[in-house]
Design a protein around this ligand. Structure first.
Ligand code: HAM
Length: 402
């Protein structure tokens, strides 16, 4: 028997029902906010992720599904959606056209991590990206959208916020942080590397010893330039106004290198150790960095496997028709009726004649709302009965119109 690879799962059964319910409703909400669907390839040039997600990230350093294809191209299965969306934005020359673009996407992402509950090697994200809006109101708007999504699905969560500064304040802060790091000894190996590649990443190191050593480190939030400070205040006041509860996490720097200014995560206490259910932020330099015209960007992505168990599904409502044949003669008519009703309804059927009892059982399983069974009597009388399985009401239909 061949099993799926470690950390990879089939989308079937209850998971599949919830998955489709989640995607449909997230897409609906995103469209209400003016976002349109984008899909980018799963395979991209490795350089795209190296340059965007960044060499200092665990994703690029340790977790990429990377290989040389038959054309000797160095390619990688996307570990996240932002880099591809930015690449597509530039490929389509939207950066040159100017204006605002808002995209939503969903699909598989690949990270070669050690699998555990809520951490897979192939997992799914629903994400959005806005291009061309520098105003922090957009950051607030996408956070409100995320909150609306989690509220809709009955998912309790907490928002953590930080600001990572901009080209004005970040370089000075980084210099000060490096000066501080130079004064301490005993950082873990990863942090020693991060000090050289992207020093702010030492702040979110999970190593307890590093945490202790960094207790007195300078914090980004206390070193913001006036513009970043004002933007962060405005963001907080919009969230306050709309009742979004948040806490400030000065050490939240996110595991991807492209962020500046707003950075945020939604966490849930109900899913175990891997508790980030969504993450996002602003990346105003990324379009330019990847070769496009300078364009601001901001977005988020939800980890679908992390929230799937938390989704409260609406009570199973019966839906559509079940139509069964009780004789071989009746099958032809059943198929005609099925095809007609499928134009605007969900219709279940079987292609063999069976007893009414067997059809009833099958209609129960299919959770159909209406039940029709056609046999010799119905053929003779040119009528059939439609039974509403919710109310048990029955009505007689003449089918000469078929
Ligand atoms: P991220 O924080 O790397 O951000 O991933 C977003 C979410 O994907 C996480 O909060 C988590 O729920 C889920 N996730 C990450 N890794 C795994 C895994 N191995 N198994 C299951 N779920 C996982 C990004 O990907 C950014 N592109 C988000 C973004 C969009 N920022 C701006 N725009």
């Amino acid at each position: 028997m061949i099993n799926p690879l470690r950390g990879m799962k089939d989308t079937v059964g209850e998971f599949s029902k919830k998955y489709i319910f989640f995607i449909e409703n997230c897409s609906r909400i995103a469209k209400n906010y003016g976002f349109s669907f984008i899909e980018t390839p799963i395979l991209e040039e490795t350089a795209l992720f190296k340059r965007s997600v960044g060499e200092s990230s665990d994703i690029v350093g340790k977790e990429m599904y990377r290989f040389i294809d038959k054309g000797k191209n160095d390619v990688c299965m996307r570990p996240e959606g932002t880099a591809g969306a930015v690449r597509a934005f530039i490929t389509q020359k939207y950066d040159r056209a100017g204006g605002v673009k808002r995209f939503f996407y969903h699909g598989s992402m690949f990270r070669y991590e050690r699998p555990q509950k809520g951490r897979l090697r192939q997992f799914h994200q629903f994400g959005v990206e806005t291009f061309g809006v520098e105003d922090v109101k957009e950051d607030a708007m996408i956070i409100l959208m995320l909150k609306e999504i989690f509220d809709f699905f009955g998912i309790a969560c907490k928002l953590q916020l930080n600001s990572l500064g901009c080209v004005t304040c970040m370089p000075t802060y980084k210099d000060n942080l490096i000066k501080f790091l130079d004064t301490i000894e005993g950082l873990c190996e990863d942090c020693i590397k991060r000090k050289a590649t992207n020093p702010i990443r030492v702040l979110d190191c999970k190593n307890k010893n590093c945490n202790k050593l960094l207790e007195n480190a300078p914090m980004l939030l206390e070193n913001l330039c006036p513009t970043c400070k004002d933007d962060f205040s405005e963001l907080k006041s919009i969230l306050d106004e709309f009742g979004v509860v948040y806490s400030i996490d000065k050490k939240l720097v996110r595991g991807l290198d492209y962020y500046n200014k707003t950075a945020f995560e939604f966490i849930s206490d109900n899913i175990g150790a891997k508790n980030a259910i969504a993450g996002g932020g602003r990346y105003d330099k990324l379009v330019e960095f990847l070769g496009g015209r300078s364009t601001a960007g901001v977005g988020f992505a939800i980890g679908i496997e992390r929230i799937i168990d938390l989704i409260v599904m609406p009570k199973n409502k019966k839906n559509g028709y079940y139509i069964g044949a009780m004789s071989d003669n009746a099958l032809k008519l059943v198929i005609k009726l099925v095809i007609k009703l499928r134009k605007s309804n969900v219709v279940h059927t079987q292609y063999i004649s069976k007893s009414i009892k067997a059809h009833m059982k099958a209609s129960d399983k299919a959770e159909a709302k209406y039940f029709i069974c056609i046999g010799e009597n119905e053929l003779k009388s040119k009528t059939y009965v439609i039974k509403n399985l919710d109310t048990k009401e029955e009505s007689v239909e003449h089918y000469h119109i078929l």
